[in-house]
Design a protein around this ligand. Structure first.
Ligand code: DP6
Length: 331
C-alpha cells in the first residue's frame, strides 16, 4: 500500500521562551511558552509511505534541487519517522522530500516548521486524521518543543496545562496584525544547539529568578495579546529574551549566542522607539534579532534595519494561519 501527502507548516517566534527541558525523553518544558505563528517562513514536506520499502529515503531541497539530505539532518528525520511508525502501527518505510522557504542559517526555527510539516504529512499519507491537540503532541515527540506550537495558527501557548499537554490557540491570526522583521547578522550555524542550551539552563544562578517571574510575565503577555497592546507586550518580550540570554551566558559552561552586531541592532531598535516606532526585540538561541512591530510599521522597521552595516539580510514575516495540506508536492 502506498499513500502520498504534502504539508506546509510555518515557523514561529516565541514571546515567552521555552528554555530548559524538564524531561528530555518526553520533551517536557519547565514553563509554558507563548508564540506567534508566522506566515512566510515555512517548511514544505512531501511524504510517501511504502509498506514494501526497506529503508527511508530522505531528500532536502538545496538551491532549488532535491538532494540526499546531509547525514545529521536525515538522522533527526529518521528518529521521528520511527516514532510515527510506532504511533501509526505501520511497517515499511517513507520517501521524504522537505525544504524551507527561508535560507538555512537565517536564524529561523527550521526544526519547528520542519517537524510540524513532517508529522502532518506522515499522518495525511497514512490517512490518519489528527486533531490539533494530537498534531501538537506528536510534533513535540520529535524532540523539538517549538514544533508543538507550529501546528496552530495565530497566537499560541504550549503546553496548555500541567506542562504535559498540547499547544492551544490564544487568538487567531486575524485578531492582531503583528510582524516579525528579522535582522540576520550572522548566517553561520550556532555553536551550541538549543538542545544543549536547554540542558545547561538549570545550572545558571539566574534560573530560579526567571521561573519565579514567569507566571506574572505569562499573564501580562496573554493580556497584551487579548488587548492588542504593543505597549504592554513589547517591554515584556524584550525583558524575557534578555533573561534567556543571561541564563545562557551564566550556564556552565557559558553559552554566548550574541555577537557585536546583535548588540548594535538591539541599540538601534531602542532608537527606533525614540523615533516613534513601536518596535521591540526578541532573540532565540542565536545572534539574530526578531523585531516585533505592528504590521503597519514593518516597512519602516525593515528599511531602518537594512540600512545598518551590521545586517546581512532582513526577512519580513507576519502572523499566519498555521499549517495546511496541499497537492503541490515536492518531487
Ligand atoms: C530559544 O528545542 O524547540 O527558540 O528544536 O532547536 O528549534 P529547536 O528548538 P527547541 O527550543 C526552542 C528554543 C527557543 C525558544 C522558543 O522557541 O520557545
Amino acid at each position: 500500500m502506498s499513500g502520498k501527502a504534502t504539508a506546509v507548516a510555518p515557523s514561529n517566534i516565541a514571546f515567552i521562551k521555552y528554555w530548559g527541558t524538564r524531561d528530555v525523553d518526553k520533551t517536557l518544558p519547565y514553563n509554558p511558552s507563548i508564540s506567534m505563528t508566522l506566515s512566510e517562513c515555512v517548511s514544505r514536506c512531501t511524504v510517501e509511505h511504502d509498506s514494501t520499502l526497506a529503508a527511508n529515503e530522505i531528500l532536502l531541497l538545496t538551491d532549488g534541487r532535491l538532494e540526499p539530505a546531509p547525514q545529521q539532518f536525515a538522522a533527526g528525520i529518521e528518529r521521528h519517522l520511527e516514532r510515527l511508525k510506532v504511533w501509526a502501527a505501520v511497517e515499511g518505510a517513507f520517501r521524504v522530500a522537505t525544504g524551507n522557504s527561508f535560507p538555512t542559517g537565517a536564524g529561523m526555527a527550521s526544526s519547528a516548521s520542519g517537524f510540524a510539516a513532517l508529522t502532518l504529512a506522515v499522518a495525511a499519507a497514512l490517512e490518519r486524521p489528527l486533531t490539533e491537540s494530537e498534531a501538537s503532541l506528536l510534533s513535540r515527540s520529535s524532540g523539538s518543543g517549538s514544533a508543538a506550537r507550529s501546528v496552530l495558527g495565530g497566537y499560541v501557548e504550549w503546553p496548555d496545562d500541567g506542562l504535559e499537554g498540547p499547544a492551544t490557540r490564544l487568538a487567531p491570526a486575524d485578531h492582531w496584525a503583528l510582524s516579525d522583521v528579522v535582522a540576520v547578522v550572522s548566517s553561520r550555524e550556532k555553536d551550541v544547539s538549543s538542545r544543549e542550551g536547554h540542558r545547561r539552563a538549570p545550572g545558571s544562578p539566574m534560573w530560579e529568578g526567571r521561573l519565579e517571574a514567569l507566571p506574572e510575565r505569562l499573564r501580562r503577555v496573554r493580556e497584551a495579546i487579548a488587548d492588542r497592546s504593543i505597549d504592554d507586550l513589547g517591554p515584556v518580550i524584550e525583558g524575557e529574551a534578555l533573561d534567556l540570554h543571561l541564563i545562557a551566558m551564566s550556564s556552565r559552561p557559558p553559552i554566548l549566542y550574541w555577537t557585536a552586531e546583535t548588540i548594535a541592532v538591539l541599540r538601534r531598535v531602542r532608537e527606533l522607539r525614540e523615533e516613534g516606532l513601536d518596535a521591540y526585540s526578541t532573540i532565540d538561541a542565536g545572534p539574530n534579532i526578531h523585531v516585533i512591530c505592528p504590521t503597519a510599521q514593518e516597512g519602516d522597521v525593515a528599511t531602518a534595519l537594512r540600512e545598518m552595516a551590521e545586517t546581512e539580510m532582513v526577512i519580513t514575516d507576519r502572523v499566519g494561519d498555521g499549517p495546511y495540506l496541499t497537492e503541490d508536492h515536492l518531487g
